[in-house]
Design a protein around this ligand. Sequence first.
Ligand code: EPZ
Length: 420
Amino acid sequence: MDKIVVWGGVPLRGEVTVSGSKNAALPLLFASLLTADECRLGRVPQLADIRTALRLLRDLGVQYDWLSDTEVALKADAVHHLEAPYDLVKTMRASFLVLGPLLARFGRARVSTPGGCAIGARPVNLHLDGLQQLGASVRVQQGYVEAEAKRLHGAHISLEFPSVGATENLMMAAALAEGTTVLNNAAREPEIADLALLLNDMGAQVSGAGSSTVIIEGVPTLHGTEHTVIPDRVEAGTFLIAGAMTSGDVFVRGSRGDHLQAFLAKLREAGVNVEETADGIRAHYSQRPTSVTLSTEPYPGFPTDLQAQMMALLTLSDGQSMLTETIFENRFLHAQELARLGADIRVHGNTAEVRGVAFLSGAPVMATDLRASVSLILAGLAAQGVTEVSRVYHLDRGYERLEEKLSQLGANIGRVKSEK
Ligand code: EPZ
């Protein structure tokens, strides 16, 4: 129950290095279950969610060692348990991504269903339908998915929605299936292409990742490899907004513009100066942002994981912005908390009308989910006075050393550890 305290009004200036991507690292860690050989992953961020994933892998029987602060070696040659328990899956729903690899390599798995989440119902029907089409028998009992298959076989699967998780689970399952799998309407996020890169380095035959049609030629076995996780595009976007909304000048070293085109286009539309180089992205701005209208979409559209941060920026715009959230049905929880800092936001269903105000003023606010929590930190950085953000355990799930990195840019920020 730590709190983060921000003394606002300081323009952020300087350089910060982006960490490895949480949403790429999680499926990459679980892909180590597909082989008995050692897999080495570099640029793995130190996050609560990564620790949860490693705990789950250890409980399944996977050995792992941190070779450095950012490199981990994993070896799944003594897997003795094929169950992912409720207490871990409810802590981190991406744990559900062990289902595909366990089923593909060991022929059966028992994985808790993730249950609901603050930002939406988030069912897993597309994962289960796809695994059934690959020949698995699947039943849900007492909150657990029980799946079995002697050997999965290839299939033509058309996803109703380009779900990131379903695409990742099915890619890993199909990698060891007999025959060819075609995933139509697959997710196109950079994290999918990164997973395909790792699988192919392990000996798989995946083509088309990054497009909406992914083809997987199953192979009998996979081997170990080394892989470096892609940079975290959501963390990078967050720092660029921090620079823009504090009238600052920030360079995010290691970030990739090609992963952020829809976001950078909206940042530019809001008037922010953005420069993309081979080494990273720079954002600098000293005026009031211009209002914009945006709608979150599956990649390559505007990322839902940067919607809350963009809303924080637009609370200070010179007009009225309209934000539509099309991916999750309940992802405006930060709006009420931003209103406590003086923002003028009206939510109508999945659209938020943000009327720009001249300034924000610090206040105690509460985090509700990962991206909502960082939008409150961003607003606190721009606000006059002191902002206290409680329940920052949400933040620690997805941001590595956030206060340290922001202090590096000149922010006046600190963490108050809870007595407990
Ligand atoms: C991934 O979640 C990310 N998480 C999320 O980031 C991100 O917001 C999301 O993709 C969308 O980009 C990780 O990669 C660990 P989906 P995922 O399956 O895979 C519906 C963050 O902040 N759906 O693409 O769970 C679902 O309800 C997190 O870092 C079904 O209906 O997302 C949602 O409305 C939050 N049935 C939509 O699809 C299914 O079987 C998108 O979900 C699966 C999904």
